[in-house]
Every structure is written in C-alpha cells, then in structure tokens.
Design a protein around this ligand. Structure first.
Ligand code: LAN
Length: 723
C-alpha cells in the first residue's frame, strides 16, 4: 500500500462552489459535488446558496416597527431555508478534532475521498488556522493546542499539502513551540498511533478486557456516558490489537515533522502522561496515573492470544452492536471513524460493514462558504425544527395563512423522525428503549435524547393540538410511547440526564482519561434536559389528562425540585449544552414558570431576574463567552449577542419580570440587528459540550429571536393571546 496514491493530491484548494448540492432523504442531509452538466440542469436552491455564502435573492421586507413584525420578517426569511421534507438543515461544526479521525481512517484504509472533499477540507483548515500563530485548537474559537495543531497538520499533509507550504510551515512552528506531538492528549496519541506516526508504548493502556468484566462492578464500561463508552469500545479494540497502518513515504516524513527530536530517539513510555499545558483541561488524577502505571506493566506481558483474543472479540461485538443499532451512523463522528477503522481491521476492506461505514460518512460532512467541516453529529435536524415550531407557535405566526404550509410540512418531518423501533441489539449493546422517542438528528442515528424526545413531543402537541388546519399525523399511541420514555428517564435527584439515566457512580470521573473534557464519564442531570421533560409532560397532561396522571404529576414535581436545588447563589444556573449561564437560566425559568411561579411569588425567580438584569449591557443586549463554561463563572463576551439576548429576554418574560424597560431595550437590540431581508448575521458561537468544546448552532439566531420577539408581542403588544 502506498498512502500517497490514495487521497488525490491537490494543488488548487477550492472547488466550484456553484456545483455543490444539498440532498435530503428521510431526515438525512448530504452534500454532493455534482458535475457541471448536472449543476446546469438543477440550479442551486436558496438553502444551498445560504449555507455556501453565495448571494441569495431574498427580497427586502417592509421595515419592522413592532416585535411581531420583526418576528414575521424573520420567519419570512427563515422559511426559505426549510426543505421539502419539512425540516431545517444546518451546519453543526466547531470541534476541531473530528476531521483528523476521518482523514486518518481514509488514509489508513487506502480509501479515496469523494469528489471535492479533499480540496474543501484543506480550505476549511486554512480558514480556521489561528490568524496569529497558524495552529488549531480544540474548537474553532479556542487557542492553539497540540491536539488541534498536530492532528490538523497531519490532515493537510495526508491530503497532499506540501510540508513547505506556508500554512504547514507556520503550523509546524507552533506545534514545535508547544513541545511537539509527544505532548498530545490521549485521543490524539491514539489517532497518531493508528497512522504509525506515534508509538503505542507512548499511550496509556485502553484494555479491551474491560468488556469481559462482570456488569455488577461499578466501573463496568456499560455504566459510562454513552458517548464515552462508544469512543472507548473501538479504541480498546484498535489499541488491543495495535492496529497500525503500514508505513509510507509520507508517514515516514511525518514522523520527522511532528516532533522536536528525531523520532527514533523518543523515549515512548515516558510520553504516556506528557500532556501539553495548553491542552490540559481536566488533568489526570493521581488515582488514574497510579492505575495506568499498573496497566502499562500488565500490558507489557499481555500476549496477543488467549484472554486478549477473547477480549478483542468482546470489544468488536460491541462495535458491531453499535453499528447495527444506528444503521452504521454511530452515536457521533468520533466513534464513527474509529468503528470504520475497526471494521476494516476485523472484517476487511471488502466487507459489507466497511462499505456501509464509508457510504455513511457523508452524513457528517457539511459544506460551507469556508470549506468543508465534519459536523458534531449527523445534523441537528429534529432539535432545530422542534424548537423553531415552538417559537413560531408562541409568536402566533403559525396561525397566519402564509405560514400554514410550513407548519404542515414540519409536522410531516416530526412524524417521520420519531423512532419507531427499539435498537435491534438493545440488551447486548447496553442500550435503552428508543421506541417512541425523538433523536437529536434523525431516526437513522436513532439514539433517544431526553430533551429531544420532550421537544419533539411538545412540537407535535402544538401542531396537532393547537392549529385548526393540521391533520392528526401522529396518533395518541405514539405520543404515549414518548411519554413512557420520558417518565423512565428521571433520576433519583429528580433531574434528567441526556441520553440515558445515570448508570455509574460519580467517582468514575476520577478515571476520566481524556484530559481535554470535563464530566464525560457518566451521565449527569441537567437543568436544560430537565426543563424540556417538565414542559413536555405538562403539555401532554393538558391535552390528555388521564394517561399515567399520577406519575406525570409526581415526575414534574420532583424535576422542579431538582431545578430549584441546582440554582446557584447568584441566582443563575450553569448551562452544559450552550453558553452558558444565560442559556440554562432561560430553561430553569421556563420550568418554574410552568408550575405557576413568577417574580411575584418566587424568590428563585426574583434572584434569576436580578442575575440576568445585572448582566445586561449598555446597548441593551447580553453577551457571554464560552469561557463561562470552562471557568464556571460568568465571563463577558466582547460584544453582546443576539442569541443570548433572546435567551435572557425569554427568561425574564417567563419569570414575569416587572422591569419592562430592560426587556424593551433587549428587544430593540435584536430588532436593530435584523437585516433588511429579515435574517440575522452570524455572531459568536452558541453551543458547548463537556465544559470545554464549543459547537455551532447557526439556526439559533433565527429560532430564538423569533421566539423571544413572539413572546414579547404576546405579553406587551397584543391585547389577547392567540394560542
Ligand atoms: C450534543 C448535541 C445536542 C445536545 C442537546 C440536545 C442540546 C442537549 O440538551 C443534550 C446533549 C446533546 C444531545 C449533545 C451531547 C454531546 C454531543 C453529542 C453534542 C454536544 C454534540 C456533539 C457532542 C459529542 C459528544 C461530540 C463528540 C465528542 C466526544 C467527546 C465523543
């Protein structure tokens, strides 16, 4: 195998942007680089032009003078981006550690990238290199790290960019200043080891034997957070068999380019715990280091037969369950690429499994005006669509005739997107039920998420129950299934976690080996997820008061108690899935308000309002930096942000904060930033995960603005509420 022949070498790092097409198929969203003839035959749609930053002919709208008019203009624009299946597609980039897994997996398996990918991935990395030092970070807004810089440097080189290209020279300089690739966090060490440019002895062991342990042990991997568990399954398999791509001229060169000393002179076993300070967010505990030292000794004497062979079988069986349970999409892009590599080593290049993996990678790739990225999931279809519907409903816009079609189409999508089966390998793969739930993206990926199920349920209840022009697409039986799922997911604390209920003890975090993320070992409860569940159940109870009534009542009470219990001294809530205190405080206020609490009768809501009001800026807006999530304290962004202003306003209005002037100033800021065609421009990144990594929710600038403006219109501009 000669690596250099597989991914075609590129000299022009761009494609003809007018030839990209976005296709939809039952919730899947995939970009294709089509031929010139095909491109001519099918002109680009507004959706494609919008996401590619090409000019789109959205007309200028009459200037909005009220919040309602502003929301109406916004939806006029945003409707253009709804597709024929009824959902809103979108970019979901941000993390900078995803593309490397993909490109390394393609290179290691001599698989050719589809047309246009190579050029546009290079484009993306060129655009995202730090303007000052030329490196890359953990995510697009982060400082340069070894993880980001070493791995993305490798990507450029594997895709054919010359080592002496100015972008590579600059990035390499930064990598060396940071101490070279030996200081990479463990996930980077892993990918480099599979490529053959880092020695497996320099990696802390990830023994596949973990899968042979009895389940009653509190540290059994089935108890980990499903994302973490699904990353360590294929990682343990590939580690356990030291799966390494054959050396090529290029990887030989990389061995010399990535380090500050000759490759041959590196003392690998000393690199296991060498993590560059710029990368480290969650340092190893002493306990983990102690454990790893022991495991490293055991590893030296572990033969590749006997127990290890059995363990590899057990680990690969788990890879297979995950693949089969998710139509080979997998829970996320990290395990997707690892499972693809595992399938290659275990089943071979011609296997069905490997081919399915290759075919489905396209679901994660997103083409943008700045090049091609890998999304954090295979999209945010359900999430964005369900939230938007609620904004449009609350604003009353859903009743206006020009919006009926859009609402009907959205309902079709919600119908399609609900998961209608349990995972085929549920028990074996340690999965929970999925029948009746809604996922974050589409039903093929098929993981239940607590709040996505609840938001999907809310959206359906609104569309089917509150509009006189929609038909009942989703029968009560299926709504009950969703309620069953939600009821099952509550934890002892009363709170709701993300994908599953909490399965393992909190001390498992002591063995968090990932260095760059916090709180990843087990599920935790979140005010955001808990709120969605409270409201989902509340909406359902209102329309169907008899089904599991006592349990629903009790669940809501316990969840609200949980939300009260995690309010901070200053009146805020810490947000885990978007930035940060502003986001979670909005959710918490919604919960409390849904049980009849308000500024007048709740100390918690008064404190929440005071907190938010204390953060309002001169210009009337709010702006929080992603650093809040890292540092667990409110950190101001340089500028106020439309999205966060909308969140703060939604919270204040939910709490019935009496300070109308403050709310009005916020609304003015949002309206003032609206463009003539009704849209808002992209500002800072909105989302976060694992306390350290930001992620984009570009549709939020339309969804939450419409929602906040709509709420304002109802509370202050309209005499009577319409819904
Ligand atoms: C997501 C995206 C959506 C998000 C919400 C629904 C918004 C949230 O309320 C619950 C948690 C969830 C589902 C979530 C969990 C973690 C994800 C999947 C992500 C932030 C998107 C990317 C991230 C995933 C872990 C990225 C891959 C990285 C690893 C550490 C494996």
């Amino acid at each position: 195998m000669t690596g250099s022949t597989i991914v075609h070498t590129t000299t022009h790092y761009a494609t003809d942007r007018t030839r990209w097409r976005l296709r939809f198929n039952q919730g899947r969203q995939t970009w294709h680089y089509v031929s010139e003839e095909e491109s001519k035959a099918n002109p680009q749609t507004d959706i494609e032009k919008y996401w590619l930053d090409l000019k789109l002919d959205a007309p200028e709208l009459p200037k909005a003078t009220t919040a309602l008019e502003s929301a109406r203009n916004a939806f006029e624009f945003f409707k253009r981006l709804q597709n024929e299946e009824g959902f809103w597609a979108g970019e979901y980039g941000g993390p900078m550690f995803l593309i490397p897994g993909l490109v390394i997996a393609y290179y290691s398996t001599s698989t050719k990238l589809p047309d246009g990918w190579s050029e546009e991935i290079i484009q993306y990395l060129f655009n995202r290199a730090d303007k000052q030092d030329g490196g890359w970070g953990l995510h697009i807004e982060g400082h340069s790290t070894v993880f980001g810089t070493a791995l993305n440097y490798i990507v450029l080189r594997l895709l054919g960019v010359d080592a002496e290209h100015p972008v590579c020279v600059k990035a390499r300089g930064t990598l060396h200043k940071l101490g070279g690739a030996t200081g990479s966090p463990s996930w980077g060490k892993f990918w480099m080891a599979t490529l053959g440019v880092y020695d497996w002895d320099g990696m802390n062991p990830v023994p596949p034997e973990l899968w042979l342990l009895p389940h009653f042990l509190p540290f059994h991997p089935a108890r980990y957070w499903c994302h973490t568990r699904n990353v360590y399954i294929p990682m343990s398999y590939l580690y356990g068999r030291r799966a390494t791509a054959p050396l090529t001229d290029l990887t030989r060169q990389l061995r010399q380019e990535l380090y500050t000393q000759p490759y041959e002179s590196i003392n690998w076993s000393q690199q296991r715990n060498n993590i560059c300070k710029a990368d480290e967010y969650y340092p190893h505990t002493k306990f983990l280091n102690f454990l790893n030292s022991g495991l490293a000794i055991v590893e030296m004497f572990t033969p590749r037969v006997g127990l290890r062979a059995q363990a590899l079988k057990a680990a690969y069986a788990q890879v297979k369950y995950e693949d089969e349970n998710t139509h080979y999409l997998d829970i996320g892009p990290v395990n997707k690429c690892m499972n693809m590599l595992a399938a290659f080593y275990e089943e071979g290049k011609d296997s069905e499994a490997f081919k399915k993996h290759v075919d489905n990678n396209i679901d994660f790739m997103w083409m943008s005006g700045g090049g091609m990225m890998m999304n954090g999931t295979n999209g945010s279809q359900l999430w964005d669509t369900a939230l938007l519907i609620q904004g449009v409903m609350e604003s009353g816009l859903a009743h206006e005739p020009q919006n009926h079609e859009a609402m009907k189409k959205a309902l079709l999508f919600l119908d399609d997107c609900q998961i209608k089966r349990n995972p085929p390998f549920m028990k074996e793969g340690w999965r929970d039920r999925t029948l009746g739930s809604w996922p974050f993206s589409n039903r093929f990926q098929g993981y239940t998420v607590s709040d996505c199920t609840a938001e999907g349920l809310k959206a359906v209840l609104l569309l089917q129950g509150k509009l006189d022009y929609t038909e009942e697409r989703i029968p009560l039986e299926r709504l009950k299934q969703a309620v069953d799922i939600v009821l099952d997911m509550q934890n002892k604390s009363g709170g709701f976690a993300s994908y599953e209920s909490v399965r393992g003890p909190a001390w498992l975090e002591w063995i968090n080996p990932a260095e760059v993320f916090g709180n990843i070992m087990i599920e935790y409860c979140y005010p955001e997820c808990s709120t969605a569940c409270v409201l989902g159940l509340t909406y359902f109870r209102e329309q169907h008061p008899d089904y599991r009534r006592d349990e629903i009542d009790a669940t809501i009470t316990r969840a609200v108690k949980y939300i009260h219990s995690v309010q901070r001294e200053d009146g805020s809530w810490y947000g885990s899935w978007a930035i940060c205190f502003t986001y979670a405080t909005m959710f918490a206020c919604e919960s409390l308000s849904s049980v009849g609490l308000s500024y007048d009768n709740s100390e918690a809501l008064r404190k929440a309002c005071q907190f938010l009001l204390s953060k309002q800026r001169e210009d009337g807006g709010w702006g929080e930096s992603y650093k809040s999530c890292e540092q667990h304290r409110y950190v101001e962004h340089e500028n106020s942000q439309v999205v966060q202003t909308a969140w703060a306003l939604m919270a204040l209005m939910a709490a019935k904060c009496p300070d109308h002037t403050a709310i009005e100033r916020g609304i003015k800021l949002i309206m003032g930033r609206q463009q003539k065609d009704g849209q808002w421009k992209q500002e800072a990144i909105e989302g976060i995960f694992n306390h350290s990594c930001s992620i984009s929710y570009p549709n939020y600038k339309h969804i939450f603005t419409i929602w906040a403006l709509g709420r304002y219109a109802n509370m202050y501009e309209r005499k009577t509420k319409q819904n």
